[in-house]
Ligand binder design. Sequence first.
Ligand code: CU
Length: 243
Amino acid sequence: MLGAPKRSSEPANGGGSQVSRSGRAAIVLGLAGVALALVIFTVMAFLRSNPPTVDFASGHQAGQPVNMTIQTVGSIGFGPHPTWVSYLTKEPDGQWSHTTLWDLPAHTKVNVTIDEYDSGSPLRNQQIGRVTGTDGGSVVVNGQTKSVINSNAGNGVAHTFSVPALGINVPLYGVNGSAKNFCNSAPCDTSEAHNVITFSFTTPGVGQYHWQCFVPCGLGFLYGNGGPMQTIGYMGGFLKVVD
Ligand SMILES: [Cu+2]
């Protein structure tokens, strides 16, 4: 039997059990502690891993550029918010990951390719149509070099890739929302309607640099600025610049 034999001087505990009251309390407290620890561990693991960080820094050769490919989609199509607009990141192994967090080496040129699959609209603030902070102050859109995207022409602007602390703003020209091959869920495939936007910038020193979209694309939220606009992994993330 569990516990020490009952001493004759100990009052009966009424349940017929051989385990003393303090022993039972210790077992209950111990089990509660284990349960609490499991809950805390699970919550912390979720917070740490979701969304994941794509590592472009490990094994990086000094002096070499980093090549990064990301995509923008009109609706992610899975997860807790399947209708939300989102960015995705291509892992070095070619898999698409639903994240906007990247480890990048410091003082390194980053060649960015954005496959843009969402429809656009005229900008409320035309200033956001100007390219800033990239090499040459320009981007290449489907092979054409541009320093301004006029959102009142063609398909308008869908999203921006902007890093305020680095002065980077890249407006992303939209696709035709009624295209027959419009992408409805991520990850989108290059056989679907998209624009290819390329540009380069150089990472600064070590630090965490917030990036986000400045087009109020959070459909259904106050002024379009809630939901995906406020959620890491959708329309904003971090450049985690490391040594
Ligand atoms: Cu956006």
